[in-house]
Unconditional design. Structure first.
Length: 307
């Protein structure tokens, strides 16, 4: 991917927020002090479990170190797929997670009845189309098959990328709720198949091209620069795809957790690691939390209306 990451100002995010959207693990809270669920007390000498997908990403080691300097022990809990961190957070096995955008969280909350909420932004990532067989979109023959992720939120975004690239047409014109059934096969250049996101890298040689989530690009033996098409993170409709720290609703004002968000957003080594792990494609953001919450509420309302 070719976007150069740069920090966006609050005014840019406010502009994004103003655009209408088109879109059993049992445990307990893990803080070692008495700053449990909903506590807004001191951050000192507290242990916080943070669920991630990709513990080895370059931002996490400096994040843990920077948190320790503030008296917070961060324990990273690494999950192998996107389906796991939200249930773990809901059930109290972890205290926070950081792996998803607002659309994904909205879909989870609606389907599970949970009340997880964003407490801070991290970045937005362009979503790319990759191929082992073709160097550009125009070279993909008519009738070939292209793979997209099978989870609802990422599938819709992937289809919008394919439509922008001229490979498909969507009957609805394309929204955050589009799925494979919305592909107008008579007007589309390629066929579309949905696969689990984690399995797409190993399936790439078997299809003409595939939308690969950023966490799995390197698993496919690719770099972000290998993308032959991608979406635009500066599109005003991008707010629902901002990645976030998520917490249980009772912990939305927890000072320790908010301090961790601040560390992530402001520490230079963490930010450098974020850019490194994303191949310089991440666009770091400091979106006002109220804008994130408003976006989540809107997407959840729209999601419920689709049921």
């Amino acid at each position: 991917m070719s976007f150069t990451a740069s920090r966006r100002t609050t005014s840019v995010i406010a502009a994004l927020a103003a655009v209408p959207l088109f879109v059993a693990l049992a445990g307990c809270a893990t803080a070692s002090s008495d700053a449990g669920s909903g506590d807004t007390g001191s951050a000192e000498n507290e242990t916080v479990k943070v669920g991630v997908v990709g513990k080895g990403d370059a931002q996490w080691a400096p994040f843990v170190e920077a948190a320790a300097e503030e008296g917070i022990t961060v324990e990273l809990v690494d999950f192998g797929s996107y389906e796991q961190p939200n249930p773990a957070l809901t059930e109290g096995e972890i205290d926070l997670n950081q792996f998803q955008h607002i659309v994904y969280l909205a879909d989870y909350n609606v389907n599970s009845g949970s009340d997880l909420t964003p407490i801070g932004s991290t970045a937005i990532y362009p979503l790319g189309l990759y191929s082992k067989k073709y160097d550009d979109v125009d070279s993909i023959p008519e009738g070939e098959t292209v793979a997209v992720p099978d989870d609802a939120s990422n599938q819709a975004r992937a289809l919008l990328v394919l439509q922008s690239a001229g490979l498909i047409e969507l009957k609805s014109g394309g929204t955050i709720f589009s799925d494979v059934a919305d592909v107008d096969t008579d007007k589309s250049k390629v066929k579309v198949t949905a696969l689990e996101a984690a399995l797409i890298p190993t399936s790439l040689p078997d299809v003409a091209a595939a939308i690969i989530n950023n966490d799995f690009v390197q698993d496919a033996g690719l770099t972000f620069d290998d993308a032959i098409a991608q979406d635009d993170p500066e599109d005003p409709n991008a707010l629902p795809y901002v990645n976030i720290f998520a917490a249980r609703a009772d912990d939305a004002d927890n000072e320790t957790y908010l301090k961790l968000v601040e560390i992530f957003q402001t520490n230079e080594d963490v930010q450098a690691g974020l850019l490194e792990s994303s191949g310089d494609t991440a666009v770091p953001l400091r979106t006002p939390v109220e804008d994130l919450v408003s976006s989540l509420e809107k997407v959840q309302k729209d999601t419920e209306a689709q049921k």
